[in-house]
Design a protein around this ligand. Sequence first.
Ligand code: NDP
Length: 327
Amino acid sequence: SKKPVRVAVTGAAGQIGYALLFRIASGEMLGKDQPVILQLLEIPDEKAQKALTGVMMELQDCAFPLLVGMEAHSDPMTAFKDVDYALLVGARPRGPGMERADLLAANAQIFTAQGKALDKVASRNVKVLVVGNPANTNAYIAMKSAPSLPAKNFTAMLRLDHNRALSQVAAKTGKPVAAIKKLTVWGNHSPTMYADYRFATIDGQDVKDMINDQEWNANVFLPTVGKRGAAIIDARGLSSAASAANAAIDHMRDWALGTNGEWVTMGVPSQGWYGIPQDVIFGFPVTCENGEYKVIEGLPIDAFSQERINKTLEELEGEKDGVKHLL
Ligand code: NDP
């Protein structure tokens, strides 16, 4: 049987953690033949550590055959020791009266420390996914704090936006989600992201022609996908933790096991693609093969799309400027 891999999850006692850990342990992320060791990080706070103990008791009680080890940590330097995968879920939420700059600063501190720890103790091939918001900027901070690891190992989650866009296109066209190919989401994981179905096809037919409604695209589709998180909080009274966890599973599974040529969306450090400056963590269409992602290059960008891409890039550059002095 396969050698176990080490998977770190931060914010492990949180809402997303609760929807995520059981699926990693059951093999949904890395395959039903891949044993895993979970290295769980929570803040040193007594309540958080106790809650983490409770989650671990439940994980034990599932008796997952693939879960061959499990550890609780309060220090990233031990939590990330030799990890092959790191899902950085824990982040500082916006508190009452907290300014955007305070939020960025609090998270810069967390992700600087975590980036440094990954740099020192993680596997040199570690695959890092940042879920905690502001995800793209947090991933950028971690990447910049880990100079000895390849920049390409640091990614941010755009997959929830991608999946939300898929489900809206499926509902609009009356076709199954699985039939939709070549959809993507550009930019920041925030309401400024640009979900783009210009290249999408269903059974070889162009989705753009099937929908043929730019008014719907600009005034219904994009706001619906962009504000979906807020709509779920409004309906449920709680945030979209299960779908966020699901997207994290999708992202890591596809990165590790491949997409068979299908496009998915990942937030990855730009190498100048589509005029996005070097190292900006940006949502791009990618395919994955042999544990590596590859950005789809050379797609035509029309005026409407360029305007949307510029807007989400501008937001990301603003976030980046806001943390520059903290790096
Ligand atoms: P959640 O598990 O609900 O959310 C964790 C992070 O994921 C937040 O930053 C959240 O962003 C983000 N996120 C991204 N996409 C989504 C989505 N679609 N829906 C909801 N959240 C999304 O938060 P909890 O407060 O339940 O748990 C966080 C845990 O992390 C706590 O147990 C806390 O102790 C821990 N923590 C750990 C830190 C560390 O590792 N150093 C630092 C801070 C907290 P948003 O804020 O925008 O909702």
